[in-house]
Design a protein around this ligand. Structure first.
Ligand code: SAM
Length: 251
């Protein structure tokens, strides 16, 4: 898969995050290609300006359409499926399901805004989709682009050491994931749950499913409305709710 990122701060992508850890390895292995395009290179005035004052007045600056438009024209389009995305707090909210959907493309072209955002005509003419990483406003689209790239890249076959680990993650099956433990067996007086040391795979599987249901019920009950639940899951949830009701009564 290939990402083309359009930004006025290419150094954010060229140093650090993308060269470290799993993403760095994926790039070295050729599973992931990242090309960073400096929008400023496509500004044709002597000051290389990429922003200007807003028509109608008001605070802040707006990213000019021409440099972004020209930069997009220069992006090589892969033969497979390609999608151009503007990172924007006004876009559709990013989530795991959308990460899977985007993983089906051969190329994602990511446009990072700055200042008050980009001229509306860029959106109308060149953008396939606007994506937000949450209901808050950041100073630029670079962090949102990295968040999206990370979430999508780890779903590409071969990027994670074990492809099944992504399938067990939170949100994957509509639930939060069960808790994890590693050595030492006792830490500051707290023991690893006995079942995880039992070697009984069926018991471990059942315990993990129950913990995932419990955690989702406690922290994100909204997820349960659309999760694919078996009859056994529903029975466990009834038990968990009854346990909670009796604990509430006692306290
Ligand atoms: N004036 C804009 C508004 O109120 O909708 C906010 C502009 S923001 C300061 C500058 C740029 O940061 C945006 O163009 C976008 O690229 C990026 N950005 C900020 N918050 C974001 C978010 N939650 N998700 C995605 N991109 C975001």
């Amino acid at each position: 898969m290939r990402f083309d990122v359009l930004t006025i701060f290419p150094e954010i992508f060229l140093s650090g995050y993308l060269s470290s850890g799993i993403l760095g390895k994926a790039i070295t292995k050729g599973l992931l290609k990242v090309r960073v395009v400096n929008i400023r290179d496509f500004a044709d005035d002597p000051h290389k300006s990429t922003d200007d004052r807003p028509y109608g007045g008001g605070e802040g600056m707006v990213m000019k359409p021409e440099p972004i438009f020209k930069a997009l024209e220069c992006v090589d389009r892969d033969e497979g499926k390609s999608l151009t995305i503007l990172l924007s707090p006004q876009g559709e909210r990013f989530h795991q399901g959308l990460a899977w959907e985007l993983c089906g493309y051969n190329q994602l072209v990511l446009v990072c805004g700055r200042y008050e955002g980009v001229d509306e005509r860029v959106k109308e003419l060149c953008i396939d989709r606007e994506i937000s990483i949450g209901d808050y406003v950041l100073t630029g689209g670079e962090l949102p682009a990295l968040v999206l790239m990370d979430a999508v890249a780890r779903l590409i076959p071969g990027v994670l050491g074990n492809d099944w680990s992504a399938r067990e993650d939170s949100f994957q099956n509509g639930l939060l994931e069960y808790p994890h433990y590693t050595r030492p067996r006792v830490f500051q007086g707290r023991e690893v749950p006995e079942v995880l040391l039992s070697g009984d795979h069926e018991r471990i599987r059942n315990w993990r499913r129950r913990q995932a249901l419990k955690r989702t019920l406690e922290r994100r009950p909204d997820l349960l409305e659309s999760a694919a639940l078996t009859a056994e899951d529903k029975a466990i949830l009834r038990e968990l709710k009854a346990e909670k009701a009796s604990m509430d009564e006692e306290s």
